[in-house]
Unconditional design. Structure first.
Length: 317
């Protein structure tokens, strides 16, 4: 098909743009593609999909995977989208991993999410997009199942909480912590309300759990929601769960109460990483030195996370 003069001029302009482009993400790619489509539609092109595909090929050739993605997605060329995603994964560093993740989301390709997450884990395991790709890999369906079972968990433990579902469970962190650490303990003890999400997840991974309630004040109040059995604590390896540590008073009060039963060891497991200036997190300086170990997400590798997801899918089916 012969292109219109206006269409050809636009394509020539796009080619020139990518020869001098400084913005790695394609500058005005989206708007050029949109205009390209509008021109073809205005000219009643009978082969617009082919023209868009050619433009996508041009973007790809010039190293603009963002533009290629927009073009191929516009006509939903699955073969070219998959090829493009693989090319994004082959690029050095992480510059194009976000684009690969976006392509796999368009394709609904869960295996692709795992490929992206794997590369992030190897290069920058603590990059936020690494956790984003893992959350997408887990998927809404499994998170809904986790949510529904949490309701039963709180009811079985006689817990009344002011929210239906702890936000920490909408994240890959508790899954990974439980998958890697649950086998190291004989009993888990969760501090309501902040530690309930981790407590529940470790319980799903087979660790027996009980609940305490503690509120921070001048003197931290404490009570056992689930009465402890001395035989289950004495000489045992205990994991204490909370969301984070601020003053350290709540976790220390729980530790003091647990130590009355003479456990072998008590580790503290937290949802939040150590504080980075300007962000929420754990103030490590306030964590009691009487804990044997302190674990938080960035201390535990995501390697084998796919096994954790398969475990939950089987358990919650």
């Amino acid at each position: 098909m012969t292109q219109s003069i206006e269409n050809k001029e636009l394509e020539d302009n796009v080619i020139r743009e990518f020869k001098k482009i400084e913005d790695y993400w394609g500058g005005d790619t989206y708007f050029n593609l949109k205009k390209f489509i509008e021109i073809n539609e205005k000219n009643k092109s009978k082969d617009i999909d082919n023209e868009i595909s050619k433009l996508g090929d041009m973007f790809f050739k010039n190293g603009n995977y963002y533009g290629a993605h927009l073009a191929y997605a516009r006509i939903y060329n699955e073969k070219k989208l998959r090829f493009l995603a693989e090319e994004c994964l082959k690029q050095p560093g992480i510059n194009w991993l976000g684009e690969a993740l976006s392509i796999y989301r368009n394709l609904g390709d869960r295996g692709g999410f795992w490929k992206v997450a794997n590369k992030y884990m190897k290069l920058f395991p603590n990059d936020p997009i690494c956790e984003t790709s893992l959350n997408i890999y887990v998927g809404e369906q499994l998170y809904n199942k986790i949510h529904n079972r949490f309701k039963d968990f709180t009811k079985e433990n006689g817990i009344k909480i002011p929210y239906e579902f702890p936000e920490v469970l909408l994240n890959c962190r508790p899954i990974n912590l439980a998958h890697n650490l649950a086998k190291n303990y004989d009993l888990g003890i969760g501090i309501a309300n902040g530690g309930l999400g981790l407590t529940y997840m470790f319980n799903l991974f087979g660790l027996p759990t009980i609940i305490t309630e503690a509120h921070k004040a001048d003197d931290v109040t404490f009570k056992w929601i689930t009465n402890p059995n001395e035989q289950n604590v004495k000489g045992k390896r205990i994991a204490l769960f909370d969301k984070d540590v601020d003053t350290g008073k709540t976790s220390k009060r729980n530790l003091d109460e647990i130590k009355k039963f003479s456990p072998k060891s008590v580790d503290l497991i937290l949802y939040h990483n150590p504080t980075v200036e300007g962000y929420i997190g754990t103030k490590m300086i306030n964590v009691s030195k009487e804990f044997n170990n302190i674990y938080y997400p960035s201390r535990v590798s995501y390697e084998g996370f796919d096994e954790a997801v398969r475990y939950l899918e089987d358990k919650l089916q």
